[in-house]
Design a protein around this ligand. Structure first.
Ligand code: SME
Length: 166
């Protein structure tokens, strides 16, 4: 758990509805990719319980390159199809991994991580990056987490001017 301004909510749906309100407040009128992805990673890291890494890898020159994040130092480049991030990017589908130790090819950036969710960011049918969140808890992310995190990514796909990333 991180930060002092965590969202108080009695259940997961109301927690995420409140988080989405904060997220939309941060994103409105801001199309700059670095500002928006930086604040999104901080919002998720500070508010999601039992999370030890939250951030982005961005698609550049045929691979995923580390973007804005919160958490421990991470590997900087991931090939498409490698690890959880590269798999989600290649398949263009969310990878929700209940136990990373059972995922073939999982790339361990922080040995504390036990479960992970990676949501691909897709613009005009092409992957422009992924949102990656790690947890020290096994089976941390369920269908509800997936639904709302995909909703956040969908809004990022719309809000950000992805053509400006270099
Ligand atoms: N575990 C990821 C690598 C990135 S770190 O979790 C930040 C993967 O297997 O792709």
């Amino acid at each position: 758990m991180h930060g002092n301004d965590k969202i108080e909510a009695s259940d997961k749906n109301s927690f995420y509805r409140e988080l989405l309100l904060q997220f939309e407040g941060l994103m409105s009128d801001e199309k700059d990719w670095l500002a928006s992805l930086s604040n999104t990673s901080a919002l998720l890291y500070q508010n999601l319980p039992h999370v030890n890494w939250a951030g982005f890898y961005l698609y550049k020159e045929g691979m995923l390159v580390l973007g804005p994040f919160q958490g421990k130092v991470a590997c900087t480049r991931i090939e498409m199809g490698k690890g959880v991030c590269g798999t989600a990017a290649r398949e263009k589908e969310t990878c929700r991994v209940l136990d990373v130790h059972k995922f073939p090819g999982h790339i361990a950036c922080d040995s504390a991580s036990n479960s992970e969710i990676v949501v691909p960011i897709i613009k005009n049918d092409a992957v422009v990056g992924v949102l990656d969140i790690d947890s020290p808890s096994l089976e941390r992310f369920d269908e509800t987490d997936q639904l709302y995190l995909e909703n956040i990514v969908k809004k990022l796909e719309e809000y950000i001017d992805w053509s400006k990333i270099s």
